[in-house]
Design a protein around this ligand. Structure first.
Ligand code: FMN
Length: 178
């Protein structure tokens, strides 16, 4: 039995999780519904979380199950705005999970990086304020990276990078085909 769990504020991670679950023939559950997902009865668990300023949505609810999992296959993915084609994005996504995993699991679980999107008009107050602060900081920054420039160019707009085909490596890993 397999299950897909996700932490998502604005739906991109949820959409990926549901597509992965469809491909695996199982169900996707929000992180808070881990009991319904019957994680302990699963041979494979996929977890995906939206990236929020160095945090992963939903992970704190699911991580205790990952930490005590024995003989289970866990596959992790992040969903953010940063470009997964960049090595830096891949490395940072891995590190975000690694920092939160017990030592015995570090470097052992596959971590994938999917690209989401953002609609500034739909952001809640806290997230809007965080993005405003980030933009202000970046405008003052002397040497801006390509990513910094992209964030400033698209600030306030609707950005969409959802790409369903990008789930393939996650699905393959969940099937043990990697
Ligand atoms: C306050 C805030 C912080 C964010 N921080 C990051 C980040 O550190 N790295 C990143 O790649 N994307 C970041 N994003 C973009 C989200 O990860 C992106 O919108 C993703 O699609 C969110 O997933 P969700 O729609 O499932 O909530 C941030 C977005 C907001 C609003």
């Amino acid at each position: 039995m397999k299950a897909v769990l996700y932490g998502s504020h604005y739906g991109h991670t949820q959409k990926y999780a549901e597509a992965i679950a469809r491909a695996l023939g199982c169900e996707a559950f929000p992180a808070g519904k881990h009991k319904e997902a019957n994680i302990e009865g699963c041979d494979t668990v996929v977890f995906g979380g939206g990236l929020y300023a160095g945090g992963i949505a939903g992970w704190s609810k699911v991580s205790p199950y990952c930490a005590k999992a024995q003989g289970q296959r866990w596959v992790l993915f992040t969903c953010g705005l940063a470009d997964p084609a960049l090595e830096k994005t891949q490395r940072e996504s891995r590190e975000i999970f690694e920092r939160r995993l017990p030592e015995a699991l570090r470097g052992k679980l596959p971590v994938f990086c999917l690209r989401g999107g953002m609609d500034y008009a739909a952001l809640g107050l806290k997230h809007r304020a965080m993005m405003a602060m980030l933009a202000q900081y970046l405008r003052r920054k002397k040497e801006r990276s390509q990513q910094d420039e992209q964030l400033l160019e698209t600030y306030g707009q609707r950005i969409e990078f959802y790409d369903e085909a990008s789930i393939e490596p996650v699905v393959r890993a969940a099937r043990g085909e990697y």
